[in-house]
Write a protein that binds this ligand. Structure first.
Ligand code: ADP
Ligand code: MG
Length: 317
């Protein structure tokens, strides 16, 4: 199978590759053409996943296709952007039809869950590497940036417990096993997190700053604190963690995963207090702390005393 047949068979003919919406022209020409409605701006983010670094070699390609797109789409959610589409730059060691078929199905599933259209890409030979670039749109001035947090705002996270994806890592790497009732929810958070795109859009005009927790809650809150020039105080007991994670790892390690684990493709945001009641009535959010004057991220125990944080989040270098 040649390069063009591969592109046609697995990607250009996928349902998610159909033009429509803001996608004026999709796969097949030298560029895709995207229309951005008047008064809106384009939000763009790119992420690379390398085999052996970001996912184990030999992992299920269906799950990999889902995860790769979810990781990128989460950045659109974090900006409050509405999804438009994505490109896929795929580097493959060899053409394996069974692998490609499953990968494309996983990608298709997440594309449909996130309402993202595949608009183009590149296909090359080499060590397995995926680079996805996502495109979204957001009204001018309405994007959720990292630099707007103000003293007095609440610190919140969207959705349920944190740390499950980080807790799943020994399962993903085959270093440990667990009963299906424990392993499945953790592995689902790792392989098929659902980007909080709708919540991100609901936060427009309400949240003062936001980002997604990909490097771990404390590390990402640190980025937000620095960008905004404020301090974030987080009440450790309010950081949500799942019964499955505690069951699998024990209290202390579950706590470390929730605070510092990374791979939680969920939104952390700061919220002026007057917006809390309306937002919390429509969305599952958890208040975990508050913004104060100062710098950095500070962890408080149940008695409000400063406590030492567990290990910090992941950095590549
Ligand atoms: P060019 O030589 O102009 O860069 P390519 O031969 O790389 O074009 O790709 C042909 C068309 O197929 C382009 O529209 C490109 O965006 C698309 N494409 C290539 N690889 C992929 C892929 N893995 N997924 C989706 N679209 C792809
Ligand atoms: Mg090309």
């Amino acid at each position: 199978m040649g390069e063009f047949e591969l592109i046609r068979r697995y990607f250009a003919t996928a349902s998610c590759a159909r033009a429509g919406g803001e996608v004026v022209l999709g796969i097949g020409d030298d560029c895709a053409l995207l229309a951005v409605p008047a008064g809106e701006v384009l939000a763009i983010s790119t992420d690379t996943l390398v085999a052996g670094v970001h996912f184990p070699e030999g992992c299920d390609p269906f799950l990999l296709g889902q995860r790769a797109l979810a990781v990128s789409a989460s950045d659109l959610a974090a900006m409050g952007a509405a999804p438009i589409g994505f490109t896929l730059a795929l580097t493959l060691p060899a053409v394996e039809p069974v692998w490609l078929e499953r990968f494309a199905r996983g990608l298709e599933r997440m594309a449909s869950r996130c309402a993202l259209r595949l608009v183009g890409g590149d296909t090359t030979r080499g060590p397995l590497t995926l680079t996805l670039t996502v495109f979204g749109r957001v009204p001018e001035g309405a994007a959720l940036r990292r630099d707007g947090a103000r003293p007095g705002d609440l610190v919140c996270v969207g959705g349920g417990p944190l740390g499950d994806a980080a807790g799943a890592l020994p399962l993903v790497l085959g270093q440990r096993s667990a009963a299906p009732a424990v392993a499945k929810p953790l592995l689902d958070q790792y392989w098929q997190p659902l980007p909080q795109l709708a919540l991100g859009q609901a936060l427009r005009g309400r949240a003062s700053a936001a980002l997604d927790i990909s490097d771990g809650l404390l590390a990402d809150c640190g980025h937000l604190a620095t960008a905004s020039g404020v301090a974030l105080f987080i009440d450790a007991p309010r950081v949500p963690r799942s019964a499955e994670l505690v069951d699998f790892m024990g209290e202390e390690a579950a706590f470390a995963c929730a605070l510092a684990g990374g791979d939680d493709y969920r939104l952390a945001f700061t919220l002026p207090r007057q917006h809390l009641a309306a937002l919390a009535s429509d969305w599952p959010i958890t208040v975990i702390g508050e913004v104060r004057d100062g710098a950095g991220v500070h962890l408080l125990d149940a008695q409000g005393r400063a406590m030492e944080p567990p290990r910090r989040g992941y950095t590549h270098f």
